[in-house]
Design a protein around this ligand. Structure first.
Ligand code: ADP
Ligand code: GLC
Length: 508
């Protein structure tokens, strides 16, 4: 028998993705399977997920979920074959463009019922109420799965351990308290010692309060969230649960983000043979309709265009940068808050030959951006981990990023003056002032002008190792600690095996 883990989340590539969570859960599940752990993903049956998952079969009917009945389907992820459970409910089936908000950008009114249903369905799997073998540990991610640890308690399930991972403390899943009866949450869990949060009912707080262990995705963020500045009102509870809090950094999916064999870029390249990067640069300029000037430094922005990602600060800093560096080009790929999207489009109108903006979500363009740009501007007011700068680094595109969260742990700062220290792989800045961002971008342009300083930074960036091999072992150790004592010996990381050798999952 292998150890069984159920990873519950709201999105997973390639089925549905709005941010880094989707990348992380898919590559974690796949890496666990390569190390001999029987990991299954579980997520909502959005139309896009139902369309893309393979070999879907019914695994159980769940008549009494919040919001109505649900149907659990078992199948496999399209590329890697990782087992996946999809919960079909009428609510999830209506989520066509985005899992959380409607076409006007408003939160769906039934988010509490829908994600409450996901948690109940996961707990039904844990209790052996479906055709599936129950997991030994359930790994719940972000507020969408936050009710799971609470419901396991409520149902007195003691033989399934629970790990709750915080990918972003800012998204909390807070709903009116009168939702509670419909969500099957017992009265005694509704106080401030339970999941009540400023007069609301918080799915995120439920996860933090009731999970056996809590983890977050970088060492620095794990300490930041214990402070009022980064704790989003939950620093008190997190301090209380400090002994249960772990930091396990994310890994990068090095198969998907690999300049040596990325099928989404025009020409592959490596550290020892970087010639393809200039073809990727030309392709990027063409794709975004900019003049194909090989000597123009290209600054890229590729992320959610939100307050978290300092879109407002970038919109003040970038006009200064563009006026100061007459040859520089700016390419923006992103989607987010409408006012910032409009701000970037306005910038394109002011600098039509030098700025290109694509508002939208586009995987191919994201690869083209990382491969073809020279630098990536990635401001963050807080950053639990920050996959995007690491993706760009793999393609020799140097991040200019905020010194917060996971960025501190992954990007080695070239500093704002003097010779860049050995090992430097990016440029960091502090705070939220446009001037600080402008100074960091200016420093990047100055280093770029001088290849003897720029190339070592590119080499360091391209050779940095943020693969999954170390974090996956930490996850396995965490699962072992919380699994029932009679199955703990199953939680051992095997030597990595090729995908073809991973055993089939037995569903019943
Ligand atoms: P977050 O999860 O906070 O958005 P991360 O940097 O960890 O930040 O992960 C973001 C992920 O979403 C990356 O895989 C990034 O490439 C992707 N992404 C963000 N915006 C877009 C977009 N407009 N088009 C394609 N991919 C995007
Ligand atoms: C969140 C964070 C980001 C992190 C990602 C995956 O969305 O904002 O920093 O990399 O989750 O853990």
């Amino acid at each position: 028998m292998n150890a069984r883990i159920l990873i519950v989340c709201s999105e997973a590539v390639p089925l549905v993705k709005t941010g880094g969570l989707a990348d992380v859960v898919t590559s974690l599940a796949r890496t666990l399977r390569r190390r001999g752990i029987d990991a299954t993903l579980m997520m909502p049956g959005y139309p896009a997920a139902l369309e893309q998952a393979r070999n879907l079969e019914e695994a159980g009917l769940l008549p009494d979920l919040p919001g109505g009945p649900g149907r659990l389907l078992h199948g496999a992820m399209p590329d890697c074959g990782t087992p996946v459970l999809l919960l079909g409910t009428p609510g999830f089936e209506r989520r066509i463009a985005n899992p959380y908000v409607d076409e006007r950008g408003e939160e769906f009114a039934d988010n509490a019922q829908c994600f409450g249903a996901l948690a109940h369905a996961a707990v039904a799997v844990c209790r052996g109420k479906t055709a599936l073998a129950p997991p030994h540990v359930v790994h719940a991610n972000d507020w969408h799965a936050g009710l799971i640890p609470a419901l396991l308690r409520a149902h007195r399930v003691v033989d399934v351990g629970s790990l709750f991972t915080i990918h972003n403390l800012a998204f909390q899943g807070n709903f009116p308290v009168d939702c509670a009866p419909g969500l099957g949450i017992p009265q005694h869990m509704l106080g401030p010692d339970g999941m009540e949060f400023w007069g609301r009912l918080s799915f995120l707080k439920a996860g933090i309060r009731y999970a056996d262990r809590i983890s977050t995705v970088s060492d620095t963020y794990a300490s930041e969230i214990l402070t009022p500045r980064f704790g989003h009102g939950l620093d008190g509870l997190l301090n209380e649960r400090r002994r249960a809090l772990l930091a396990i950094r994310n890994g990068v999916d090095t198969d998907t983000w690999n300049p040596a064999d990325d099928a989404l870029i025009v020409r592959n390249f490596t550290l020892s043979d970087p010639r393809g990067k200039s073809s990727c640069k030309r392709e990027l300029q063409t794709l975004f309709g900019l003049p194909p000037d090989p000597f123009a430094p290209i600054l890229a922005v590729g992320s959610r265009i939100t307050h978290q990602k300092m879109a407002d600060v970038a919109l003040e800093s970038l006009p200064v940068v563009l006026r100061r560096y007459a040859r520089a080009q700016l390419i923006v790929l992103g989607r987010g808050e409408r006012r910032y999207e409009q701000g970037f489009s306005g910038l394109m109108e002011c600098f039509p030959e030098r700025v290109a903006v694509h508002i939208g979500y586009d995987e191919k363009r994201a690869h083209a951006l990382h491969a073809g740009a020279d630098m990536l501007l990635h401001g963050s007011r807080f950053e639990p981990f920050g996959l995007t700068p690491l993706y760009s680094m793999r393609y020799g595109t140097i991040p200019i990023a905020s010194r917060v969260g996971g960025i501190v742990d992954t990007v080695a700062d070239a500093r704002l003056s003097g010779a860049p220290p050995d090992g430097a792989s990016g440029i960091l800045f502090d705070g939220e002032e446009p001037d600080a961002m402008t100074a960091a971008v200016s420093r990047a342009f100055a280093l770029y002008e001088n290849p003897s300083e720029w190339h070592p930074i590119q080499c360091n960036a391209m050779s940095a190792d943020f693969s999954w091999s170390q974090p996956v072992e930490k996850y396995i150790a965490a699962y072992r600690e919380i699994a029932a004592s009679d199955v703990r010996e199953l939680f051992v990381a095997q030597p990595e095996m090729p995908d073809a050798d991973i055993p089939e999952y037995k569903t019943a």
